[in-house]
Design a protein around this ligand. Sequence first.
Ligand code: SF4
Ligand code: SF4
Length: 228
Amino acid sequence: MIGQTQKPIEEILEYLKDNEKIVVVGCGGCATVFHTGGEQEVKEMAEKLSKAGKKVLAGIAPPFGEFTCYAPWSKSRLNQYRKEIEESDAILMLSCGDGVQVVRELILEEEFNITKPIYPGTNPIGHMGGGPTLFKEKCQQCGECELGKFAGICPLTQCAKGLLNGPCGGTNNGKCEVDPERDCAWVKIYERLKALDMLEKMNEIVEPKDWSKMTRPRQIEVAPLELK
Ligand code: SF4
Ligand code: SF4
């Protein structure tokens, strides 16, 4: 999931200072889980904007499970509000940056053929897993997963220095020297390899990461899902 926090209302109002008629769009995916753009947050944002003198033409809150970054869903949902979107001065997106840009490019520009300001209402902080309340960053989508070499623990992400060939000299009682509150990733890898009776893997030299796999922007093509 894309971890995210909501932007302060002051920042949002600064974005919208020249716009009166606003459409607020949330997301039934990560933004609902992180309480930045679910049904409740879209309603609350609409109220805050109204109090600040804006005219909210629509507050669109897709149900849980309907991801705004997935264009087929966004198209079908936003088409129901096409009139309000066309009449608005700006769109406020309570979703991650993927959602903002999918709606801008694939819905507003390509589907509706309109050019209109669109603003982010959240600060995405990366891909993370967990829940229901605590989420942690585990993977940075490096493009070539090497978890098989590290007992299923990603040192690129879990180690503060991203070390791939064992710990630095600063590990102390199982904790990381960069942040003593955090476990040293390499101690965890060692303990798990030991439990798996695979400690010999600690002696294998891991080649430098092929960062060309992270050249951005990346893209991928897949067969379409059949939506029910
Ligand atoms: S190696 Fe780490 S960063 Fe790369 S894909 Fe696997 S878990 Fe993600
Ligand atoms: S103490 Fe462990 S987790 Fe921290 S930087 Fe060194 S090897 Fe990485």
